[in-house]
Design a protein around this ligand. Structure first.
Ligand code: XMP
Length: 526
């Protein structure tokens, strides 16, 4: 992020979002981009009017945030920002600080509004144009205690709610708008249309930021950066690294070599799919390194989840480096880094936060290898990566795949990992995912998988006693993996899956379903 600050990374119309620490700031960016307009998020305290001027956005959006405008030293938009002549949309905290900084007043209130609320439209304005009519009551999502009680000069109220006399305000002359509700969340059903009104009608953006345009520009950038040098790219089997590889291949062809390290912790048929897709279908140079025995050997006897992650992460780097040496002469390393990894977050809480899981499987790889980085997707969100994959003609099944963790099945076998347990889990997971797909549920579930528990229970099959493993099924809905709800299957479906697993998978005689949400649970069991 810092590297791109102040210099537009795009020749397209763009919007700047100043982040005041809201949990949902990234959703604002996604809505803006869905309207075909490029945007970036900057922490409020790193922006100055000067930097914003250099960045030259068509408009500014001020996000919500956890602070109270009435508290001493609470965040403010940079000085001079309201005098730049830029169209501005303030959302929640953003509305409050805009009004306060421009001479209005914000007060705490006993009438807090959290969740669903209704805004009555009292006047037409450009923000509502073609979306909300005067006199109508519209459903929105609110999350506020404070509210604007006096407007700055030139502003007028355009919408009211029970808890917010200034639920929506406008200064049409200055093209400044403020809303107390959150148009960026899906619970405000017309929110995306309001944001589109802001980017298109108010800021005058043309909406030319499409995946096709991105693809062409990214290819040119890669060519320029790499020249006639060579690039290596690690494939994981996941969407990000695959789309990165296909895009780079389109730009530089045989100057790219991919490395696929088979850790032995992959699902049934996965390694074969990766090899056939890249080698046979795309004709991309690929080193397929089967290191499964090595990984399994090093993991023998290890039961601690973090220890498993460390071993896998460390070994992965060693094997990858070895492969890279064999290729020799590559100057660049390609990575599928996405925008959410790059956005600097605004933190109001001092001190380090607790590490629940050390998700960085291959952290440290670029530093160790001392290579230039090619990260063509640094500006994209996950759903945009999928759209790019489609644009590149990649198979829909592949693009819509559920996320899969770097350490793979190793963290879905609590306790010691053995070849036998891996085989049992692969077979169970295959049946489970097959049934999910047959039921047409794969795309509504965010992530689903089987877990092999380190518990054996007694069962009876035919006339025989069995003493086998328990398999836990997991399925969650989520938008980003940060929070998740368990998926509410009907019992018939669960019964069918359990029946098939017990009958078809040797080594399992009992199936349970995990109904824990995140928090307090995590999605994976380890
Ligand atoms: P948790 O279990 O933390 O998972 O709720 C959230 C998301 O992250 C994935 N996950 C990992 N991904 N390395 C990864 O690359 C890891 O060590 C790891 N642990 C969890 C998990 O599959 C889910 O999508």
């Amino acid at each position: 992020m810092t590297s791109s600050m102040t210099t537009p990374t795009t020749s397209h119309d763009h919007i700047l979002i100043l982040d005041f620490g809201s949990q949902v700031t990234q959703l604002i960016a996604r809505r803006v981009r869905e309207s075909g307009v490029y945007c970036e998020i900057w922490p409020f305290n790193t922006a100055t009017a000067e930097k914003i001027k250099d960045y030259n956005p068509r408009g500014l959006i001020l996000s919500g945030g956890p602070c109270s405008v009435t508290a001493p030293d609470s965040p403010r938009a940079p000085e001079g920002v309201f005098e730049m002549g830029l169209p501005i949309l303030g959302i929640c905290y953003g509305q409050q600080t805009m009004c306060e900084q421009m001479g209005g007043k914000v007060e705490g209130s006993d009438h807090k509004e959290f969740g669903r609320a209704y805004v009555e439209i009292t006047k037409p304005c450009a923000l509502f144009d073609g979306v909300w009519g005067t006199g109508k009551k519209e459903m929105v999502w609110m999350s506020h205690g404070d509210r604007v009680t006096k407007l700055p000069e030139g502003f007028e109220i355009v919408g009211i709610s029970e808890g917010a006399p200034c639920a929506a305000v406008a200064n049409e002359n200055k093209k400044m708008y403020g809303v107390q509700f959150h148009p960026e969340v899906v619970h405000t059903p017309h929110g995306a249309a309001l944001i589109k009104n802001f980017t298109h009608k108010i800021c005058g953006c043309s909406g030319d930021w499409t995946m096709n345009a991105f693809r062409q520009e990214a290819i040119e950038k890669i060519k320029k950066q790499v020249g006639d040098k060579r690039v290596i790219c690690g494939l994981s089997g996941g969407v990000d690294s695959s789309v990165t590889a296909v895009l780079i291949h389109e730009a530089i062809g045989d100057q790219l070599t991919c490395i696929y390290v088979d850790t032995g912790m992959m699902r049934a048929g996965e390694s074969e799919q990766v090899v056939s897709l890249f080698k046979d279908h795309y004709n991309i140079k690929l080193i397929h390194e089967d290191a499964s025995d090595l990984f399994l050997g090093k993991l023998a006897g290890v039961t601690d989840p973090e220890q498993k992650r460390k071993i896998i992460g460390g070994l992965f780097i060693e094997v990858f480096e070895d492969c890279a040496k064999r290729i020799g002469g590559a100057e660049f390393l390609a990575q599928g880094t996405l925008y959410p990894d790059v956005i600097e977050s605004v933190s109001f809480i001092g001190g380090p936060s607790v590490t629940i899981k050390s998700h960085h499987n291959v952290g440290g790889l670029p530093e160790r290898m001392n290579m230039g980085l090619v990260e063509p997707m640094r500006e994209l969100f996950k759903d945009e990566v999928r759209a790019l994959g489609r644009e590149l003609g990649m198979n829909e099944d592949f693009i819509r795949r559920h996320p899969f963790p770097g350490p793979g099945l190793a963290i879905r076998i609590p306790g010691e990992i053995t070849a036998e347990k891996l085989e049992i889990l692969r077979n169970a997971d295959k049946v489970y995912i097959e049934e999910i797909k047959n039921a047409g549920l794969y795309d509504v579930i965010w992530q689903a998988f089987a877990v092999l528990l380190p518990v054996k229970t007694v069962g009876v099959m035919g006339d025989d006693r069995t003493y086998d493993h328990v398999c836990a099924l997991r399925a969650v809905t989520s938008t980003d993996g940060m929070t998740a709800d368990y998926y509410h299957y009907d019992h018939e479906f669960l019964g069918r899956v359990a029946n098939r697993i017990i009958n078809e998978v040797r080594g399992i005689n009992r199936v349970v379903y995990d109904i824990t949400s995140k928090p307090p649970g995590t999605i994976e069991w380890e």
